[in-house]
Design a protein around this ligand. Sequence first.
Ligand code: SF4
Length: 336
Amino acid sequence: MTAPLLEIRDLSVSFAGRHGEAFEAVSGVDLTVSAGELHGVVGESGSGKSVTMLAVMGLLSPGARLSGSIKLDGRELVGLSDRQMRKVRGVRIGYIFQDPMTALNPLLTIGDQIAEAVRIHRPQVSRAQSRARAVELLQLVAIPMPEKRATQYPHEFSGGMRQRAVIAMAMANEPDLLIADEPTTALDVTIQAQIMELLEKLRQDRGVGIVLVTHDLGVVAGAARSLSIMYSGRVVERGLVDDVFAAPHHPYTKGLLGSLPQPDARVERLRAIPGAPPPISARPAGCAFHPRCGYAIDICRAERPVLRQVGATTVACHRAEEVAAGQAEEMSVHDA
Ligand code: SF4
């Protein structure tokens, strides 16, 4: 049996507070992505999704403490030196940043930046070859007139084109895994759809495994095969997108789905999840979602639920069976 492309096991990441106390940003995360699979990681800010991906890239701040295992194609990445990780980053794993403006240097042409991304990992490639490759990559991400566009600066590109250029840079060395961190957040809906189409094409044509990090469950709906929902540093539900959407077992997943616009339903107001995620320094005991959960009962405030298989999904909720079957009565929760 071949190893999954990305396999994260029991990953925890903590940061030291001002008085030396440890705050756990991510706890016990498991995540598996196969080659050619698009896996969505969904959660609000502070859920730990971006910290998890920075851990995969070896880009956590020096004070961060990490435990667990992160394997790429069966090779352990935890414990690699900076030098070894640099060979993995940008070659085996490409990262697409949320804001293309911060990922691009305003003083260099797009073509030069992509050519540099090629040469930094393959110094044997000549300047002419790397420039030709930059044009090829702009073509791959469907930028019209790629030769001309390669000579232009980021400010001469529209927002959608800049994001395509960033994807071209991430693809420069034909990575096996692409991590796309909120790649469409800064874009309008039409351009969002085009970027998602492009990622889907890269997945299909090149067999790239993609982790799509987003706060928007709607983005995942049409694109991903499987997903992990994160809340307060933990995975609270995971499974195939079709299964999770058909029968969400976690109240948070239910809440996220309920806040999505339904084009075929005559719903006048969308339902927002009350309250806000707790800060890392004040996570509640028991289930971290309990202050916002209409299904919370005494055990939820005392005992943290563990992930377990319920129906077709894996879920961390004491009342998953009742919630999925619609047998649990939902109480109103006041906004925190
Ligand atoms: Fe809600 Fe309790 Fe389930 Fe947490 S464990 S999501 S508080 S029902």
